[in-house]
Design a protein around this ligand. Structure first.
Ligand SMILES: Nc1ncnc2c1ncn2[C@@H]1O[C@H](COP(=O)(O)OP(=O)(O)OP(=O)(O)O)[C@@H](O)[C@H]1O
Ligand SMILES: [Mg+2]
Length: 272
């Protein structure tokens, strides 16, 4: 469904003396994400994950390379078509707090994508917003609050509700659970797995944590300095990773985490 072919993104930075430096944020990245599947992308800070997410959701244009959705080249689509397709491609941004407008009440935050992409009557909109709050397991009384009156975990859930509001075919989660404590993190991950089963959508799950990646997907790519250094299909254990950098990421994991304890026990593998 989504095919990324030899994608590049270069940033050119000038220092105070006018000297230019080229940053290869994404460097010849290729991968495929099939319909109704989850794909995880793992890498340390600065490895190019968020840049890649912005390219795939067409927030930014690649320097070179192709992104195809159902064999259609994104760069060849007109602005109008791209706008229509945007509803199918949602992203939950890295920073929950800054991706929610602090002046806007939670109700309007969730209703915003509905207003942009689905023309609903006021009462239909209200019942859809309430239904979404239930889906992400938030109490309705939060609808009248502003983002800063919510916890980090609640803010993430609001971002998830916004993303799923327009029934997307594909959702990019950029560090969806970073900054949350381990128990909240586990709850949000389980919510995402449950929602994916219900929505039948595909996930691109971006994380710096290989453990979280394995919890979320069977197919995992490891990114380093803008490049995919290793791609493993149908991962079963840490032993499947062969690249020295992947092994280093595994070695640097804390000894025990709740995610690993719960791995696969409560997850139907078919849905990953
Ligand atoms: N708009 C930009 N202009 C210049 N350089 C950028 C820009 N965005 C990202 N970069 C650079 O590109 C590289 C990749 O950044 P990116 O944010 O994609 O990494 P990341 O893997 O998401 O990191 P993190 O885990 O910290 O979020 C970094 O060196 C970063 O400084
Ligand atoms: Mg990032």
């Amino acid at each position: 469904m989504l095919k990324v072919k030899k994608l590049y993104k270069q940033y050119i930075k000038k220092d105070r003396k006018g000297k230019k430096t080229i940053i290869n944020a994404v460097d010849s990245v290729s991968f495929n994400l099939e319909e109704n599947k989850s794909y995880s992308l793992v890498g340390e800070s600065g490895s190019g994950k968020s840049t890649l997410a912005r390219l795939i959701t067409y927030i930014e244009k690649p320097t070179k390379g192709k992104i195809e959705i159902n064999d259609e080249d994104l760069s060849k689509m007109s602005k109008k078509i791209l706008r229509m397709k945007r509803a199918d491609f949602q992203m939950v941004m890295q920073d929950g707090q800054s991706s929610l407008d602090p002046r806007i009440k939670i109700y309007d935050s969730i209703a915003e994508p509905l207003r942009n992409f689905k023309k609903l009557h006021k009462n239909e909109e209200k019942s859809r917003v309430e239904e979404l709050m239930k889906k992400v397991e938030l109490p309705l009384e939060l609808l009248d609050r502003r983002p800063y009156e919510l916890s980090g975990g609640q803010q993430k859930r609001v971002c998830i509700a916004r993303a799923i509001s327009v029934d997307p075919k594909f959702i990019v989660f950029d560090e969806a659970v970073s900054g949350l404590d381990v128990t909240v993190r586990k709850k949000v991950l389980d919510l995402l797995l449950k929602l994916r089963k219900e929505l039948k959508s595909s996930y691109l799950f971006i994380t710096h944590d290989i453990d979280v990646a394995m919890y979320m997907s069977n197919n995992i790519s490891i990114m380093k300095s803008g490049r995919i250094v290793e791609e493993i299909q149908d991962v079963k254990s840490f032993n499947d990773f062969k690249h020295a950098y992947s092994k280093m990421l595994i070695k640097s994991l804390p000894p025990k985490k709740p995610c690993r304890e719960f791995r696969r026990k409560d997850v139907n593998k078919q849905i990953l």
